[in-house]
Design a protein around this ligand. Structure first.
Ligand code: 3NM
Ligand code: MG
Length: 513
């Protein structure tokens, strides 16, 4: 049986969602907009009302040739002639439901873990409702918020099974996140067959146009999606040969970068941005982001001096840049330092897409969900991973998020989930001045803004320009005696590379990386 799960409408009869409108009218509007399957979900009414309403809905869904599924209640499904049931983990089990229902009935089940998913497939479920994707006011008693990372794990597990099964994601899915949900949940062997939505359609002022817009977005990639190029033979050499050209591109494009950055280093990061030839704006105010994003620049989120308003400001900005496909860089400063920061990481990871996540070992581990425990302050602390493990961590996080990860340290690791590049450039003075790591976030934003086809190459080019400038500055022994005199020399050397690149002179790079 092949069921079209692409846009799965789940009904809700509560006044907050229906706002005085008739349930059947709202569902019919959604059907006109392109909903492909409907579930009647009603947790409050008596059985008589449920059967009566299900029959009315069935008469409508039949006209649109769309299956009607009944939530929880096998008896209501049978009495109304609906095409199937959707069972929760606490409802009747699949085996019992199969005995009662006609042989061709559709049986769906809610799952929130790999174990539940495997069991449901073995028992013969036709599709899985995988959730909860994001926290949602529509259902607050959910077991588990699993996000795109948890959803992907479940898809990976069922993709390996012999029996094929449909899969939809549910919970907090709306027009602004639906493309990201589908893109980031995609496992190597299975993707979502659709999304299940309650409030974003049932509660919309115009359910028909909301459904139409969902249909459009479901069938297209999100604006920020760039599929990484297939690795070539001698990939590292090939990448390195392209770096000077990418630096030239960045210098001549003069990209705008909007940094939402901590107040300790904002001045230094702005000076670095100017020195490389980009155009900085430092604004922590989320409501400004939509206007700034219009210019096509990049965004940096650096949560080094988090406060009570920061996360909501960041989320507004991320959504504005994501919607246009402009690059967003996340620097999760001190990610594991406090419970507040840990919560902020979760909210931000659930709230948007980051083209690049950049951090030290402790920060990247926290983002990955494999924390080594509380960080002391915001510095990296002693390293506990060896080089192989660091490379694997960068690769695994990038593969999970479908983005670029830059794990910084004495050796930096950069990955797109497939390629992993280790970079040994730089100088120890970079670690003795505040703000160098943060400024690299702004620099990466500038490069990602200009070079769009290979994000890994963009970030690699920024890191190499930055670290070679640091080497040049530290080597200027006439001018540099320590971290203090290093800072102006570093800005000078960034500027010198920029001027060389502007003239098409690549000698700064030859033999240096
Ligand atoms: N089931 P909205 S979440 C009905 O996690 C339901 O199994 C969920 O509503 C689960 O689209 C949910 O308005 C509510 O966020 C989804
Ligand atoms: Mg249920």
């Amino acid at each position: 049986m092949s069921i079209n799960l692409s846009l799965y409408l789940v009904t809700d009869s509560t006044p907050a969602i229906l706002k005085g409108r008739d349930l059947c009218t709202v569902v019919e509007e959604a059907l006109k907009g392109g909903v492909s399957i409907v579930q009647y979900r009603d947790k409050t009414n008596d059985t008589g009302v449920l059967v009566e309403t299900a029959k009315k809905l069935h008469a409508i869904t039949q006209r649109y040739n769309v299956p009607l599924i009944i939530n929880d209640r096998v008896d209501v499904a049978i009495a109304s002639g609906a095409e199937g049931v959707h069972l929760g983990q606490d409802d009747m089990d699949i085996e019992a439901a199969k005995k009662l229902l006609p042989g061709n009935a559709i049986i769906g089940i809610s799952v929130s873990s790999v174990e539940e998913a495997r069991r449901a497939v073995e028992q013969g479920a036709d599709y899985l409702g995988i959730g909860t994707m994001f926290a949602t006011p529509t259902k607050t008693n959910t077991k588990n918020i699993i996000g795109t990372a948890g959803t992907k794990k479940i898809l990976e597990a069922i993709g390996d099974m012999d029996r094929k099964v449909g899969a939809v994601s549910i919970g907090g899915i709306n027009l602004s996140n639906v493309q990201r949900v589908i893109f980031q949940s995609q496992a190597s062997n299975k993707g979502l067959d659709g999304v299940a939505v309650v409030s974003a359609i049932m509660g919309a002022d115009d359910p028909k146009s909301a459904a139409q817009e969902f249909v459009k977005r479901i069938s297209t990639l999100p604006p920020f999606a760039v599929l990484p190029p297939a690795p070539r033979p001698n990939e590292v050499d090939a990448l390195l040969s392209e770096v000077p050209t990418v630096v030239q591109e960045m210098v001549s494009a003069h990209p705008l970068v909007h940094s939402m950055i901590n107040f300790v280093v904002a001045n230094f990061a702005a000076n670095v941005a100017l020195a490389i030839g980009s155009s900085p704006i430092m604004s922590p105010y989320g409501d400004e982001a939509a206007d700034l994003a219009v210019h096509g620049g990049g965004l940096l989120i650096n949560m080094g001096t988090l406060n009570g308003e920061s996360v909501s400001n960041y989320l507004k900005a991320i959504q504005a840049y994501n919607a246009r496909g402009n690059p967003v860089v996340y620097d999760p400063v001190g990610a594991a330092a406090t419970e507040i920061r840990r919560a902020a990481v979760k909210q931000l990871m659930a709230g948007g897409y980051f083209d690049l996540i950049k951090g030290n070992e402790g920060e990247i581990r926290e983002v990955f969900g494999n924390s080594a425990g509380r960080q002391r302050g915001v510095d990296s602390g002693p390293s506990t991973l060896n080089n192989r493990e660091k490379a694997a961590l960068a690769r695994d996080l990038a593969r999970r998020e479908r983005n670029i990860v830059l794990l910084t340290g004495a050796v930096d690791y950069i990955s797109d989930g497939n390629r992993v590049i280790a970079i040994g450039n730089g100088h120890e003075f970079l670690g003795q001045v505040t703000g160098t790591g943060c400024a690299l976030g702004t620099v990466s934003g500038a490069f990602l803004t200009v070079h769009r086809t290979d994000k890994l190459l963009a970030v690699l080019s920024g890191v190499l320009m930055f670290e070679i400038a640091a080497e040049n500055a530290a080597a200027a022994e006439d001018r540099v005696r320590g971290p203090g005199s290093f800072v102006p020399a570093f800005l000078d050397e960034l500027y010198a590379i920029r001027e060389a690149a502007r003239k098409g002179d690549n000698s700064w790079f030859t033999g240096r990386a």
